[in-house]
Design a protein around this ligand. Structure first.
Ligand code: 5GP
Length: 185
């Protein structure tokens, strides 16, 4: 267990208050990066008392599940025009920064009025690309984390807390959750 459900809820509310202050009088457009940010995005927008709109993109990378290397591909484009909108990208985690850097290179061509990055988690020690989230929930150590939208082989996204996979040999086929609130799985 790295971050408990109550801590996440409290921090998401704090982030929402900051965004409300920064975007007062405006109607931000929240773009969630699927699938990992889906849960965070849903909780964040429900905390906000601002008028807002939302959309989603999906980016995938190829490579081992615990090591996001390889080419990026855009699996799902935006559905809405973002020209003139105050766009806030919502990511689950900024790791190497490659996904965020890709989106920040690609989206300005669509002429948003502004573009900011909001991430639930950040691994600052892993940064390779120049990604600088404007809003960060928690800095986490260089561990592979799951829960609250984040997966391991598509599993564990529904955990209401964030946990780290146990480092075990051989990786990653015998990786296990280190702890869970219930002792399962
Ligand atoms: P980046 O492009 O910043 O290296 O990585 C971004 C994406 O890699 C995240 O949106 C997430 O899907 C995946 N990722 C990076 N670190 C982790 C991690 O610790 N756990 C999980 N489940 N996904 C991760």
């Amino acid at each position: 267990m790295l971050i408990e459900e109550t801590e996440i809820r409290q921090r998401v509310a704090e982030m929402a208050r900051r965004i409300e202050a920064d975007y007062e009088g405006r109607e931000p457009h929240f773009v969630g990066v699927l699938k990992g940010a889906a849960i965070f995005h849903a909780d964040l927008v429900r905390e906000l008392s601002l008028p807002l709109t939302m959309d989603f993109v999906s980016i995938s990378s190829y490579g081992p599940a615990t090591s996001p290397v390889g080419p990026l591909s855009l699996d799902k484009d935006l559905e809405d025009d973002i020209e003139g909108k105050d766009v806030i990208l919502v990511e689950d985690i900024v790791d190497t920064g490659r996904t965020a850097t890709f989106l920040f290179q690609w989206l300005p061509a669509r002429k948003p009025a502004s573009l900011r990055l909001c991430a639930l988690l950040s691994k600052p020690d892993r940064r390779v690309f120049p990604a600088h989230p404007d809003y960060v929930g928690f800095d986490v150590p260089d561990r592979f984390v799951v829960g609250y939208g984040l997966d391991y082989n598509q599993m564990y996204r529904n955990l209401p807390y964030i946990a780290a996979l146990r480092r075990s040999r051989p990786e990653p086929s015998s990786a296990h959750l280190e702890h869970t609130a219930t002792g399962e799985p």
